[in-house]
Every structure is written in structure tokens, then in C-alpha cells.
Design a protein around this ligand. Structure first.
Ligand code: MF3
Ligand code: CO
Ligand code: CO
Length: 293
């Protein structure tokens, strides 16, 4: 069965394409999940490494007093300097090279907009923030996000970041052919809840590759053994958003910024991965080993 995103005529794929059209090569599972070929891993690795390098390089700029607009300017300039394309600029009207989500912002925080509850976009001592970057390199999408801290942060905030990173890594550890997407969600949810945190339900990971967002929806909660079966050659993100309080979210009037309804702190880490014969390859590992510290 072909999934709905595949057009009748294969489009010419351009490096800067921002549409959600997929091409017609290869196989798509009954759940609409594309199976990529061995040679495609190299393209994803190249894209993932550039996203990861940019996330490495922005780190030293994250200090109290910097604005999210300045952080996004740096990322936009790095994307241009390296000679790749931002996947987010122009995506559904979005105008920025990153999403920057501070404290109780769950995801899709808009650089340069006021931090919710404040009068400016300035980062303050004690803030925790997620920076999410997606680049297109030779037509391949690399999507990753990490947490950063400004100065000394409260122990409960540091704990949330640690739990969230562990959620991602436990989700990744569940990835191998024959396991299911439900196994990934179960691994994440059970660890989060054992640690008195909650899993956001309103946003999920996604297939990607030659497109930004493709099937399946990668849920960060669920039951073991349910959902589509993982196969070698599937490319997708895992990007759990974990809250200290309740899981419900609310999108602000800007139609992007998602916050926790109860204003509790939220954290997120994201990797782009590909399923291999024995497990998975993480495309967005940090060149400098800075993904989580
Ligand atoms: N990078 C985000 C993700 O993980 C998507 C951002 S879309 C944007 O899927 F338009 F908000 F940038
Ligand atoms: Co993503
Ligand atoms: Co992302």
C-alpha cells in the first residue's frame, strides 16, 4: 500500500525542498513507513552530524544575558557558513533556524519572542532550555535537540534534564528489528513515571529522511508489543518531552509555542536514528561528546 504522502509522479527532489513530498524509490510498509537502503545511511549521517555540530558550537553562547534571537542568529549563520539549508525557515510559515524552548516551554519556542511570563527573550541565570535544529544536507534531513543550562540551575531542574536524557537513551535501546514502536514508548514512559515525571502526549517523534515529517508518529508512551514492527532501514526521530508536573500542554496565540498547562518545567532531547540489522545507528551524535553532560 502506498501512503498518502507519495504523489503519483515522483517530484524532482531539490536540496532546499521544504514540501512534504516523498519520492517513489524503494519500499513502504503497510503502516506507510519508508524503508531506506544501506547507501542512504551515509546521507543521514552527514546531515545528522552537521545538526549535531551546530548544537555543539552554540553551547558556549548559552549564558545568562544572551537573547534567544542571538542564539538563533548564530545558528542561522552557521547553517549558511557550512553551506547547508535550514529545514525550519519557511516550514509552515516558521521563520527561524531553530526552536528555543525555555523552562516551561515544551517545544516550538520561537527565538526572539518573549520568554512566556517575561518581558523579553533574554536568558536568565538558572534557566534550562532546549535548542532544536534541523538541517537539509544533499536532500537528507538531520533533526536533533538538546538541553542547555544558564549558570547554576536548581537540582530539580538538573534532575529533570537527566531523566529526560535517560528516557531518550532507553527509547533508543529498544530499537532493533522485530521490536515495535510500542516498545520504544513503553521504555520511555515507564522510566519517566518511575521518576515521578510525566510524558507529553500532544507531540511525538516522526519518520524522516528525504522529508522532514513522515510516518510513523513515534509516541513516547505506550504498551510493549504494540504498534508497527521495526524494520532495518527505517529512519525516524525519538524526541521525548518530559514534564516535572502534569503532561498537558497548551499552544499560545502565536500558534507555535507549546507550554505546560500547569507551568511545570519541561525538558526534551532528540536524536535522528536509523534501524540497522542489530539495533540502530544514531545519526546526530555530538562530534565533541557534548550531547548530555
Ligand atoms: N525540529 C522539530 C521536530 O523535532 C520541528 C520544528 S518545526 C518548526 O520535529 F517549524 F517549528 F521549526
Ligand atoms: Co523532530
Ligand atoms: Co527537532
Amino acid at each position: 500500500m502506498r501512503h498518502w504522502q507519495i504523489p503519483a509522479i515522483a517530484p524532482i527532489l531539490r536540496a532546499n525542498q521544504r514540501c512534504e513530498l516523498d519520492d517513489l524509490r524503494g519500499r513502504v510498509t503497510k503502516d506507510g513507513i519508508r524503508i531506506y537502503e544501506d547507501a542512504d545511511f551515509a546521507g543521514m549521517r552527514a546531515a545528522g552530524q552537521i545538526a549535531a555540530q551546530i548544537l555543539d558550537d552554540v553551547g558556549p553562547l548559552v549564558v545568562a544575558g544572551v537573547t534567544t534571537a542571538a542564539l538563533d542568529d548564530f545558528i542561522r549563520n552557521e547553517v549558511a557558513r557550512v553551506g547547508v539549508v535550514s529545514a525550519t525557515i519557511g516550514y509552515r510559515g516558521y521563520q527561524h533556524a531553530s526552536c528555543i524552548s525555555v523552562n516551561h516551554v515544551v517545544c516550538h519556542g520561537i527565538p526572539g519572542s518573549k520568554v512566556p511570563g517575561r518581558s523579553s527573550d533574554m536568558i536568565q541565570e538558572g534557566d534550562i532550555l532546549n535548542i532544536d535544529v534541523t538541517v537539509i544536507v544533499d536532500g537528507w534531513f538531520g533533526d536533533s535537540s538538546r538541553m542547555y543550562t544558564a549558570g547554576n540551575v536548581k537540582p530539580f531542574a538538573q534532575r529533570l534534564i537527566k531523566v529526560t536524557h535517560e528516557c531518550l537513551m532507553r527509547g533508543i535501546a529498544a530499537v532493533k528489528p522485530g521490536n515495535t514502536f510500542g516498545d520504544i514508548g513503553f521504555a520511555i514512559q515507564s522510566f519517566a513515571e518511575e521518576n515521578r515525571c510525566s510524558v507529553v502526549r500532544d507531540f511525538c517523534g516522526h519518520g524522516l529522511g528525504r522529508v522532514f515529517h513522515a510516518p510513523p508518529n513515534v509516541l513516547h508512551y505506550g504498551r510493549a508489543g504494540t504498534g508497527p514492527v521495526l524494520e532495518e532501514g527505517m529512519f525516524f526521530t525519538i524526541e521525548p518531552m518530559i514534564n516535572l508536573g502534569r503532561p498537558e500542554t497548551k499552544v499560545l496565540a502565536d500558534e507555535w509555542t507549546a507550554i505546560t498547562r500547569d507551568k511545570s518545567l519541561s525538558a526534551q532531547f532528540e536524536h535522528s536514528i536509523g534501524v540497522t540489522a542489530t539495533g540502530c545507528e544514531i545519526f546526530t551524535t555530538s562530534p565533541k561528546g557534548l550531547f548530555f553532560s
